[in-house]
Design a binder for this molecule. Structure first.
Ligand code: 3PY
Ligand code: MG
Length: 256
């Protein structure tokens, strides 16, 4: 991303280190272990970061909510970066930096073994390098965050912005989706993207198809999340059951 290139990753939503290990070999640049909307515990997540790193891929974590404890525990147990949902103001973005960066930048405390182990290094080197190496991403996914976008984007210590299209539409009183032609939605996305470009902060978004991923990369997005493990599994399973005339509406979505 520092070179201005697009990166592509996916979301690990199944609480399963085996799924993490298998997905790590699939060629994505990074995999985000999802703790926000899943049954995944800190412990399962820690095993998953280790599997992803061992598989030659970059392990990231999305925390359930913006809290010092969540950020500390995912970083101390081996995530190489953190994605924080629903950051709607400068103060909330500053709180993310405080929790993610060691002094003098932030107030992260020192501890744990898995963080250094997952980088294949020792504690002292980890402590010295972490502020430079750890990826800190905040999510703009609410109309309030779009209104405060410039203050959030320019918060020192934030490496990138990630747009959540579903929650953004949700906050507009609309049905969640990855894509929409609604002008309020497209204006919001363009505003955040243009402000990120102005301040040279990489911007990302979640999509569900390779075509959308390519289009977003052409539009200047650099942190592009494509679907999820469960979405890939269900998508293919539905194709097969449909082809055999067996498809049932089970309530599970093939999309995400
Ligand atoms: C959203 O679309 O709201 C997301 O959080 C995507 O990751
Ligand atoms: Mg969201």
């Amino acid at each position: 991303m520092k070179r201005g290139e697009a990166t592509f990753g996916t979301w690990l939503t199944l609480p399963d280190p085996v799924a993490a290990r298998l997905l790590a070999a699939s060629g994505f640049d990074w995999i985000t272990v999802e703790l926000e909307h899943t049954p995944t515990t800190f412990e399962t997540a820690a095993l998953s970061y280790a599997m992803i790193a061992a598989g030659g891929c970059v392990p990231l974590a999305r925390v359930p909510i913006n809290s010092f404890e969540n950020i500390k525990r995912v970083l101390d147990t081996g995530a190489w970066g953190v994605i924080v949902p629903m950051v709607n103001s400068r103060a909330e973005a500053e709180a993310v930096v405080m929790a993610s960066r060691f002094p003098p930048v932030g107030r992260r405390s020192v501890g744990g073994q898995l963080n250094a182990a997952n980088f294949g290094t020792d504690q002292a080197t980890y402590r010295r390098e972490a502020n430079e190496q750890i990826l800190v991403i905040v999510m703009i996914e609410h109309v309030d965050a779009v209104a405060n976008a410039e203050e959030i984007i320019t918060t020192p210590g934030i490496d990138a912005i990630f747009i959540g299209p579903n929650d953004l539409l949700n906050s507009m009183g609309q049905m969640p989706a990855f894509e929409s032609n609604d002008p309020q939605f497209t204006d919001a996305i363009n505003r955040v993207r243009d402000l990120c470009k102005k301040h040279q902060v990489p911007v990302g978004i979640h999509v569900i198809s390779p075509e959308s991923a390519r289009r977003r990369a052409e539009e200047g997005f650099q942190f592009i999340a494509l679907g999820s493990d469960a979405g890939f599994m269900l998508g293919r399973a539905h194709e097969i059951t449909q082809a055999l005339g067996l498809a049932k509406n089970t309530g599970a979505t093939a999309k995400y």
